[in-house]
Design a protein. Structure first.
Length: 323
């Protein structure tokens, strides 16, 4: 077995090859294109079985899709976790590629990041697009409020939507000057544009939800709607990759943090590690389950979560338990 560490960048990637004893065999630099990466991996895997490692970044899916068709296994790692293992005051691309290969060879590596394929990857991309569009839509509302604040009308910026803000200004006896009116019209046009784009993405997600049987089954859980079920499906994917339910909960970051030394042991809040998208949507579903669901089907889940709701201060803990 030989071990190839690749430090991937947009133009070129630096690589390092180690043998089974951890001795340096070869190192170099190659353009980050499919033909060059294919030739490199094919050449290095001719003499012995090859294991490839890379950091998760912008091009991790591209490199993964280029390497795996050749029958070579590639592992992707969180860059922060790798630096915790191989931290050094001297950082270069050569050292990064060496330590990636060294972690593979020694077995002292963090848990590899799961790289999805096909429909799951598309769903994640659609959710990321939707979230970026929602953020931009909110920014245009913030810009409109900023224009109104610049005129000294602090009482008018309490409106929670741009149409209501414009409506409240129209009723102002002092009127609206030309510049402010044009600025608000621009903000309204841009917000409407982003609203249409969000609806377009929502329609695509709805199409996927209607034809995925696993999503339909997840939607039978109380408080789980279409978007929640799609998010669970997109970020869990193959549930068999989690040996137990507790590991899946840890992946969502919904388990308490802990500190233990000798006979002393303390627990804190949620770890907030892993998938923030999955954690956020499950917490929202937990709120709906506890305070909105009134059906008989939701009673067992609510009872399991409300066992920890002994005081008002433990309301958030109860929501996390429901999640």
């Amino acid at each position: 077995m030989r071990y190839l560490g690749i430090d991937v960048h947009v133009k070129t990637s630096v690589w390092c090859l180690l043998d089974a004893e951890g001795e340096l065999v070869e190192r170099g630099k190659t353009p980050t294109t499919a033909p060059y990466l294919t030739c490199l991996v094919r050449r290095l895997s001719m003499e012995d079985e090859l294991l490839v490692g890379q950091e998760v970044g912008r091009l991790c899916h591209f490199v993964h899709d280029t390497v795996t068709p050749m029958g070579v296994r590639i592992l992707s790692f969180n860059a922060h976790h790798l630096r915790m293992i191989c931290s050094s005051r001297k950082k270069t691309d050569k050292r990064d590629s060496y330590w990636i290969a060294r972690c593979l060879q020694s077995g002292m590596m963090p848990h590899p990041v799961y790289i999805p394929n096909g429909e799951v990857r598309l769903l994640r991309a659609l959710f990321a697009r939707r979230w970026s569009l929602v953020i931009e839509r909110r920014r245009w509302l913030a810009r409109a409020r900023s224009h109104v604040l610049a005129t000294g009308r602090k009482d008018r910026v309490t409106a929670r939507s741009l149409p209501r803000l414009i409506e409240s200004l129209a009723a102002d006896p002092d009127g609206v000057d030309e510049y402010l009116a044009e600025s608000l019209e621009l903000c309204a046009r841009m917000q409407n544009t982003f609203t249409l784009e969000v609806e377009r993405v929502q329609a695509q997600l709805h199409t996927h939800a209607r034809r995925i049987d696993a999503v339909k089954r997840v939607m039978t859980i109380p408080a789980v709607g279409e978007r929640v079920a799609l998010t669970i499906y997109a970020w869990v994917d193959e549930v068999s990759r989690f040996p137990s339910g507790s590991q899946l909960t840890s992946y969502a970051g919904l388990v308490p943090s802990s500190w233990q030394s000798a006979d002393s042991q303390r627990y804190g809040g949620m770890t907030r590690q892993g998938s923030k998208e999955l954690r956020g949507i499950l917490v929202q579903a937990g709120h709906v389950l506890l305070w909105r669901c009134q059906s008989a089907d939701s009673a067992p889940l609510k009872a399991a979560a409300q066992r920890v709701h002994t005081t008002r201060a433990r309301r958030k803990t109860t929501v996390v338990a429901a999640a």
